[in-house]
Design a protein around this ligand. Sequence first.
Ligand code: MF3
Ligand code: CO
Length: 247
Amino acid sequence: MISIKSPREIELMKQAGHINYLTHQELAKHIRVGITTGELNDIADKFMREHEGKPSCLNYEGFPKSICISVNDEVVHGIPGNRKLKNGDVVSIDFCVEYKGYQSDAARTYIVGSAPKEIEDFVKYTEESLYVGIKKVKPGAKVSDIGASIEKYAKDHNLGVVRELVGHGLGTSIHEDPDVPNYYTNMPTILKEGMVIAIEPMLTFGKRYVYMKDDNWTIATEDGLPAAHFEHTVVVTKDGYEILTGE
Ligand code: MF3
Ligand code: CO
């Protein structure tokens, strides 16, 4: 069942989204060569709590940390720890923030220092693919229009689309209906005003195939080539959409 949020609920999700945005901005200041992923986790955890947010990844289905950090071949759900970031690393940071019972979910990918131009472009195209998908959002549009447009954009840039994980509705839970795939499906679901969804393309520089690492959380590319991930929480408005985790 896809829930329609009331104006009051959307207001709370806006607050949750804003704390999420501010936390991403804070992390961006700290990403550099030598910092560990565990240190970034602790900065985010502290920052969210200081802003009345709760890190809702922590203990979600047993996830042991407050945010997900996935480096290079890792696509999503990497567990922060004592890994030190190196020049050229492709670092995806993804987390949910709860505010007064309502969730927000957003992800960004950074390059530490500098990387070859083709990797820089790959990260830029992945970010652009998120906005290509978001622009499809309006009442009456199909959820599947989002994925179809992301898939086409990725294909045009010769990038892989991960299929094992998808975007999702959210509200009082992190994951609600509907699924929001990043590829074409014949799903008939129509977007309506008041729905809130997380759109989150996960693109690969090489092939799209992934596997789960031994920690039982981290999803990584089979060919070892980098992945990138961008995500926003978006509400369907009367004439389009509003991004809840943006500036
Ligand atoms: N944004 C991620 C997702 O939608 C975060 C989930 S929290 C985790 O899957 F604990 F599962 F990592
Ligand atoms: Co998500």
